[in-house]
Ligand binder design. Structure first.
Ligand code: PMP
Length: 405
């Protein structure tokens, strides 16, 4: 007798599985974790660990709290929902607890949004480039991806009617990262937001507004969100997270959506992780109740502004006109396009060379369904100190010189 059974082949799987591509970004976390040499990390969209208020979290976790290890409500702990609404009010935003649903990070919010909206074969408009896992999640529901170009003012909304006509199917959802976009760092202009709202109405489509970075504006003027431009509009689903302003390891985010949709979203969440984890929600709720988040965000803005300039200036000093970059007014990312002597370098082929030289980034093709942008790199300036950023740029320079040698 043996406990091991051997199988002739894999079992019959769902057709959905073919659309599960995995995340290049998430796999890079494991890849980098397995490296033993010193690497400057421009790859993950991770805040610097030193900026995470760990001592506050430890104190709040140690405080006695009843029921913390019981089953929680799927829609989230009432205390956290209340505190999220209060925090939004402090930021001058209308927020109704009846519209808020706590999620396991922003990622689960995206998953729920696509789950509510997408049948196999439905079209989702995305920015090209856009957040890898946004595309991946839409594809996991067998969406057809329609890529819209971006420029320095975000998605080129004016081109959408033509693209949709050529594509032959109106979209069911429009997925956008309107502020300090991942990966480009660009922000959608007010006019384009208005026009996108109009198109969503015309096409009976939902705007999935994924905004992890919006509060991290360190220069320029804020642009009103879709929900501010069209309050109560059921065709807007807002996906939010504490991962970038507090800590990604908490895995706490929220959805804001129409109350009728919210009930369906709760049903959807119940089929993947019912009874949302309680302890981390209480840490975040108590942290918010102490009123500490605004000061923390103000500090982050200063730090990230300094880091952006460290990166932009180091790139300009090192590469001059050989590369071009976007100029984000907030958030974590900058998009670098190789030109001049480096124009023919493929960012995916450069990656192992760069890793050997001790610097990591995410290659452009990871951010499209079509695998374009071979000459582009996403660089995250949030993770490392200005000195480390400058060191990372020298290493990138050495890697690029080796690649063209
Ligand atoms: N959307 C965007 C645009 C992001 O950049 C991220 C994080 N990289 C997420 C969603 C997911 O956030 P979370 O880590 O909270 O799941």
């Amino acid at each position: 007798m043996t406990n091991t059974l051997s199988y002739a082949s894999t079992p019959r799987l769902s057709s959905r599985v073919e659309q599960l591509h995995g995340s290049v970004i998430d796999s890079s976390t494991s890849l980098l974790a397995s490296q033993t040499h010193d690497i400057v990390r421009f790859a993950m969209g991770a805040p610097n660990a030193e900026l995470i208020p760990e001592a506050d979290f430890a104190r709040l976790f140690a405080a006695p709290s009843q029921g913390r290890f019981d089953y929680g409500a799927t829609e989230g702990e009432p205390e956290l929902i209340r505190e999220v609404a209060a925090q939004l009010h402090r930021q001058g935003l209308a927020a109704d607890p009846e519209r808020i649903l706590i999620t396991t990070g922003g990622m689960q919010g995206l998953d729920i949004a696509f789950k509510l909206l997408i049948d196999a074969g439905d079209t989702v408009v995305v920015e090209a480039p856009t957040y890898t896992n946004g595309i991946g999640t839409a594809q996991s529901y067998q969406a057809r991806i329609l890529e819209a170009p971006i420029d320095q003012d975000g998605m080129v909304v004016e081109e959408l009617p033509r693209l949709v006509a050529e594509h032959g199917q109106t979209p069911k959802a429009i997925y956008t990262v309107p502020n300090f976009q991942n990966p480009s760092g660009t922000t959608m202009s007010l006019e384009r937001r208005r026009e996108l709202l109009r198109l969503a109405e015309e096409w009976d489509a939902v705007i999935i507004d994924d905004d992890p970075y919006g509060t991290l504006r360190f220069e320029g003027e804020p642009v009103p969100s879709f929900a501010e431009l069209s309050p109560g509009n059921p065709r807007i689903i807002q996906v939010r997270t504490f991962s970038k302003v507090l800590a990604p390891g908490l895995r706490i985010g929220w959805l804001e959506l129409d109350p009728a949709l919210r009930q369906l979203a709760i049903n959807a969440k119940q089929s993947m992780d019912t009874c949302t984890g309680v302890p981390m929600q209480h840490i975040v709720a108590d942290y918010l109740a102490e009123g500490a988040l605004d000061a923390h965000i103000a500090r982050l803005r200063g730090v990230y502004r300094e880091r952006k300039y460290a990166l932009i200036n180091a790139l300009a000093d090192t590469f001059g006109e050989e590369v071009t970059t976007t100029n984000p007014e907030g958030g974590f990312f900058l998009w670098l396009t190789l030109g001049g002597r480096y124009a023919q370098v493929d960012a995916e082929e450069l990656f192992p060379i760069a890793l050997r030289h001790g610097v990591a980034y995410i290659p452009g093709p990871a951010f499209t369904a079509s695998g374009t942008f071979h000459n582009a790199l996403r660089l995250c300036f949030a993770t490392s100190s200005p000195d480390r950023i400058r060191e990372g740029v020298s290493r990138l320079h050495r890697a690029l010189e080796e690649a063209i040698a």
